[in-house]
Design a protein around this ligand. Structure first.
Ligand code: FRU
Length: 326
């Protein structure tokens, strides 16, 4: 029997504590279950860039064969990733980018496109006229900057749309809520809030609700997460008006990593598409994503069963071996 070559993949995640990143990790684990020859080392930097640099160094020192990284902030994470790449370690960048093109492959959305699509949608929704507030992610992370620039480019085509304020919510619901509440007097006249992710869109909804202002401000978010607490459900329940799909790409990241490790042809830029989810399609998308979620759970159950059976089989082999020596 021929042994498959063994590999170790290290994954440095910028922050692990939200539904979007848990979805990414689950996707990776589902795909990894097809590769029992791979050891997977996971590190969560919990939103701290210098911690992430240390964790990447630690992963490299254990002798990983490939690094997957989602950089918390672009600049601080760039040197360590560049150095690893230049020393010959393959690097797959996911979702957030470094400030350099020294990496082997990228898997994730085109955030400029996400912002631009949001801007075009908002221009049409407001019929070309109105006051808009933008709540951005961490300004030093690449998606926040790219979504902002794409958004500006799109709304500049609408002279009647005024961006009255850009507030940084750092991707966090709590921070977004604090700042929106503190600035409420200057933004309460807004017609629409564009929040750059799901949790900040929910935070925006909650601020307007707490202020008891009806009708609530129009809200457009980003992420398009499935499940009972995801922003697809939020559109369906009319807590927000629309959201832009931003796929997490966990499975794709592992697939590209395996192509690289197995010396197979691969694509350097693997761009996952965006789409608008609003009241016109949310019901249908919810039905489809609910179905996908339950199929994913079936796959995970099946994989667990295979694992259990493999353990039983290995134990039986040991027993047979011991018995044969008697
Ligand atoms: C999750 C998240 C998403 C957002 C992405 C940007 O941690 O904040 O909501 O789309 O990161 O990198």
């Amino acid at each position: 029997e021929q042994e498959e070559p063994k590999f170790t993949i290290g994954f440095s995640q910028c922050t692990g504590d939200d539904a979007w990143r848990r979805d990414m990790l689950r996707g990776m684990q589902r795909e990894l279950a097809f590769h029992p020859e791979v050891t997977f080392l996971y590190r969560d930097a919990k939103g701290n860039s210098s911690k992430q640099v240390d964790q990447i160094k630690e992963l490299i020192s254990t002798g990983i064969d490939l690094l997957i990284v989602s950089p918390n902030e672009a600049e601080p994470i760039t040197p360590v990733v560049e150095q690893a790449y230049q020393q010959g370690l393959p690097v797959v960048v996911v979702d957030r980018k470094t400030a350099s093109s020294f990496y082997t492959a990228y898997v994730g959305g085109n955030n400029y496109e996400v912002g631009k699509t949001a801007g075009q949608y908002i221009g049409a929704l407001l019929k070309g006229k109105g006051k808009v507030v933008e709540v951005t992610g961490l300004p030093t992370s690449s998606p926040a900057r790219d979504r902002h620039n794409g958004f500006l480019e799109a709304i500049h085509k609408y002279p009647g749309i005024h961006l009255i304020q850009t507030i940084s919510g750092d991707w966090e619901k709590k921070i977004a809520k604090q700042k929106l509440t503190a600035l409420f007097d200057s933004i309460k006249g807004a017609d629409l809030v564009f929040a750059q992710n799901e949790v900040m869109a929910l935070g925006t909804y909650e601020v307007w609700k707490e202020k008891d202002l009806t009708p609530r401000v129009k809200i457009v978010g980003v992420d398009g997460l499935a499940g009972p607490f995801g922003d697809i459900q939020m559109v369906n329940d009319q807590l927000i008006d629309a959201t832009l799909l931003y796929p997490t790409g966990g499975e794709e990241a592992i697939r590209v990593a395996m192509q690289i490790l197995q010396n197979k042809p691969f694509t350097k830029e693997n761009i996952l598409n965006t789409a608008v989810i609003d009241s016109s399609n949310a019901r249908m998308i919810k039905m489809q994503t609910d179905k996908i979620l339950s199929q994913q759970e079936d796959i995970e159950r099946q994989q667990q069963r295979n694992d259990d059976q493999l353990k039983v089989y290995k134990n039986q082999q040991i027993i047979l071996y011991v018995l044969s020596g008697l």
